[in-house]
Ligand binder design. Structure first.
Ligand code: NAD
Length: 406
């Protein structure tokens, strides 16, 4: 799948530039320029979008880890940090300024923290911080959202499920990200003929949208344990009937993958009853949104889960699945590991640098093996640390792995 979704391709000129320029509203978006790489080194442009709340805290950790793991594999990064979400609203009055979008679109990969917060909760819809995410996903055309949910042996006891249910869970949820009810038209709130307000949205999927996400899912399953479960609501929704028909038709191209179908209500139940039955799940935008958050709790904490959003070309968007956690922002309590693992996905799926990605994944496991835990994954007998210290420990583990393998 990495090949099918290789994201290093240079980019087309920007067509849609939501928002206003940080400096001059009439100015054309700037291209990110990078110096030539040092001899023997590969150089990549990375757009850093820290966002709001705990976003800047976890991005700062992940940036250091990315830099360190990359440098050990001969990679150099040119980081460009840009405001998005509430931070951008405060700065220029729009959630996704023109320059932030341009830097993201012209980068080789994007690492995003989180967006949103109490301060902007009452903003009008188009001025809500979360619109930045909506624009980024839509205009970068990152239709495939990969969300792994793995119960690490070190964190089995952090799961809300019984040990025997949680132990060994290792699944990948492939969520369609740029279609379905979140984007479908018509949508809105209006007053009907009885003078009553009605709100409405449209679940809409074209055949090509289903086919392309299904292919990503089949390819993903093929590289895992060869099992794909397609989740829909084909007993009720027409869009789901088409979904099931298209996914079923593609199965003949992947004879090595075992395809099953499940209704979403049953899937929500099965995820709690027997999550180990799942290998790869493919589903639409809204079901994927909900099921992946449910799956995250099986693993112990939303603070552990990374994600990758990929398109056919252009940069991928890599971000933890959690939000800006305003309740703990600025207190050095955030778990940075979801963002650190997102940096590993950036290396693996965004840049095709699997060795550097593995360095990060190994360093996270090593840090957990040494007993370091942030509050969200803490259990007695371990060492409680803050966001910064967790980052320092991961960095040490990245380094110690070098000593061990040189
Ligand atoms: N992708 C995104 O940027 C994204 C995703 C979800 C929500 N949001 C936004 O974030 C804001 C808060 O939303 P929410 O409270 O529903 O969800 P949230 O994910 O921010 O927080 C839910 C709970 O999990 C905890 N938590 C989250 N990440 C953590 C971490 N890394 N370490 C430790 N604990 C962590 C929080 O403290 C909170 O108790 C809202 O404005 C929402 O719109 C943004």
């Amino acid at each position: 799948m990495a090949a099918a979704l290789q994201t290093n391709t240079r980019l087309n000129p920007i067509n849609v530039v939501p928002g206003r320029s940080l400096t001059n509203p009439s100015r054309a978006p700037c291209r990110v320029r990078c110096a030539a790489a040092s001899p023997g080194k590969k150089r990549f442009n990375i757009a850093l979008l820290p966002g709001d709340g705990i976003g800047p805290e976890v991005i700062s950790v992940a940036k250091n880890v990315l830099q360190q793991a990359g440098s050990l594999e001969g990679l150099e990064f040119n980081f460009q940090e840009m405001p998005v979400g509430g931070a951008a609203l405060d700065l220029v009055g729009v959630p996704l300024p023109e320059e932030s979008f341009a830097a993201a679109k012209q980068s080789d990969a994007i690492l995003l923290g989180a967006i949103g917060g109490y301060k902007w909760d009452n903003n009008e819809k188009h001025l809500r911080p979360e619109m930045a995410l909506f624009y980024l996903r839509r205009d970068l055309k990152v239709f495939a959202n990969l969300r792994p949910a793995t119960v690490l042996p070190q964190l089995v006891d952090a799961s809300t499920l019984k040990r025997e249910v949680a132990e060994g869970v290792d699944m990948m949820i492939v969520r369609e990200l740029t279609g379905g009810i979140y984007f479908g038209e018509p949508r809105g709130i209006k007053t009907n003929e009885n003078g009553e307000e009605v709100g409405f949205n449209t679940e809409f999927y074209a055949a090509h949208e289903i086919d392309r996400i299904a292919r990503v899912a089949f390819e993903t399953a093929r590289k895992r344990r060869g099992k794909l479960c397609s989740v829909d609501k084909a007993n009720v929704l027409d869009a789901s009937i088409l979904w099931r028909r298209r996914v079923t038709a593609l199965a003949s191209e992947y004879p090595d993958v075992e395809l099953t179908h499940m209704y979403v209500d049953n899937a929500a139940m099965q995820l709690i009853r027997d999550p180990k039955q799942f290998d790869t799940i493919v589903t639409n935008n809204i079901f994927g949104d909900i099921l992946s958050d449910e799956a995250s709790m099986i693993t112990g904490s939303i603070g552990m889960l990374p994600s990758a959003s990929l398109g056919v070309s252009g940069p991928g968007l890599f971000e933890p699945i959690h939000g800006s956690a305003p309740d703990i922002a600025g207190q050095d309590k955030a778990n940075p590991l979801a963002t650190v693992l997102s940096a590993a996905m950036l290396l693996k799926y965004g840049l095709g640098e699997e060795k550097a990605a593995k360095r990060i994944e190994d360093a996270v496991l090593d840090t957990l093996n040494k007993g370091f835990r942030t509050g969200d994954i803490y259990s007695p007998g371990n060492k409680l640390v803050g966001c910064k210290e967790m980052g320092e420990e991961v960095l040490k583990s990245v380094d110690s792995k070098v000593t061990a393998t040189v």
